[in-house]
Ligand binder design. Structure first.
Ligand code: KG4
Ligand code: ZN
Length: 350
């Protein structure tokens, strides 16, 4: 069965064709990221316009790369939420029009659940498992017992983890999006040189997260540095160790310390969820699952605790339509259908 996936929940306009839930026939992504960079975050109006400008071109491309006629597609899977409503509406309108024109079924897909499905694309993973979603908009733990059965165990009480990466990168003058840059510059820092930041484990709420405290700790650390005149202006070039001035301002060490604190919290809570539920399988998804330190630490800890961890391949960590087409296929097989009343939804429904 050939499924066309459409994803427009944030800044990526993505289309893909996937056969039988796993085989990728075609995959195109156009991101409006470069247009958002100067604002240090996603501007919904810019994202919406990009989707409008690109979606038909993307459809043409997907058809060409897959060497397909539109009439060969059997089902359309589209992200209905959570996300930016204006952006979601572009994908939904396109999906509904195609479903009407081609006379084929439509299935609405939850973006967060699709992120977890990205890890299941490579191989058959048996249920149940614990799902850890770490994206720019969400951070949560769920007990997953089937494609239709998700039980939310806990989620962030403030910032999503990707959002915290982006905000800290902004404080450090590293640009947007922050996750990949922090990941990269932290690689050269030895663990003993990491700046130490707080790790909010929320003992009373072991499955919930809070990242705004770590972000604020970085802010206070920077303020303290600047009052001690160790830092003049947070700018990526000027704050990297400078031999000329004899002043070494440890942007990379701050970034690595922040990343370490975040990873420690994620690893501890994910492993605790596995142990508490007795489910020794952990599936990770979302943009932050590309983080090299998180992968290393989680793999290490899981090995000690005999937990199997499954990460998506790097290309499927961030937003894409492959996971939407794939997960849509599984839902369709289970008898799920949507119709033209399918609505865009900004918040998470689990
Ligand atoms: O899943 P995603 O593409 O979009 C949402 O659904 O939100 O995630 C985007 C987030 C951004 O906050 C970005 O900074 C973060 O994923 N990210 C990373 C890395 N690559 C992307 N965070 C940490 N390390 C990375 N390597
Ligand atoms: Zn996403």
């Amino acid at each position: 069965m050939l499924v066309l996936g459409i994803e427009t929940s944030c800044d990526e306009t993505a289309l893909a064709i996937v056969r039988d839930g796993r085989e990728i026939i075609a995959d195109v992504v156009s991101s409006s990221l470069d247009f958002h960079k100067e604002f240090g975050g996603i501007i919904p109006e810019i994202a919406n316009r990009h989707h409008l400008n690109y979606i038909i071109e993307g459809l043409e491309k997907i058809r060409e790369t897959g060497a397909l006629k539109l009439e060969e597609i059997d089902l359309i899977a589209v992200t209905y939420g959570p996300g930016l409503v204006g952006s979601l509406l572009v994908g939904l309108s396109c999906a509904k029009a195609l479903s009407l024109y081609l006379g084929i079924d439509l299935i609405g897909v939850n973006h967060i659940k699709a992120h977890l499905y990205a890890s299941l694309m490579q191989k058959e993973v048996k249920f149940p498992f614990i799902g850890l979603v770490v994206s720019g908009g969400h951070t949560l733990l769920a007990k997953v017992t089937g494609y239709l059965n998700f039980e939310l165990l806990g989620q962030t009480k403030d910032d999503a983890v990707g959002e915290a990466f982006d905000k800290v990168a902004k404080l450090l003058g590293l640009g947007y999006p922050g996750g990949p840059v922090i990941d990269e510059i932290s690689k050269g820092v030895l663990p003993r040189d990491y700046v130490k930041f707080t790790r909010p484990f929320l003992k009373k709420y072991p499955f919930d997260f809070s990242f705004s405290g770590i972000k604020t700790a970085v802010l206070y650390y920077l303020r303290k540095l600047s009052s001690e005149r160790k830092i003049t202006k947070v700018d990526r070039d000027k704050t990297l160790p400078s031999k000329e001035s004899g002043r070494s301002v440890p942007v990379d060490k701050i970034a690595a310390g922040f990343q370490e604190a975040v990873c420690d919290v994620l690893v501890e809570k994910a492993v605790y969820a596995c142990e508490k539920t007795g489910i020794k399988k952990l599936v990770v998804g979302g943009g932050v699952s590309a983080n090299s330190r998180l992968r290393k630490k989680l793999n290490l800890k899981a090995k000690q605790k005999l937990i199997e961890v499954i990460f998506p391949v790097p290309a499927l960590c961030v937003d894409n339509a492959v996971m939407v087409a794939g997960y849509g296929y599984q839902l369709y097989r289970l008898g799920q259908r949507s119709d033209l009343t399918l609505k865009a939804q900004s918040i998470l429904d689990f």
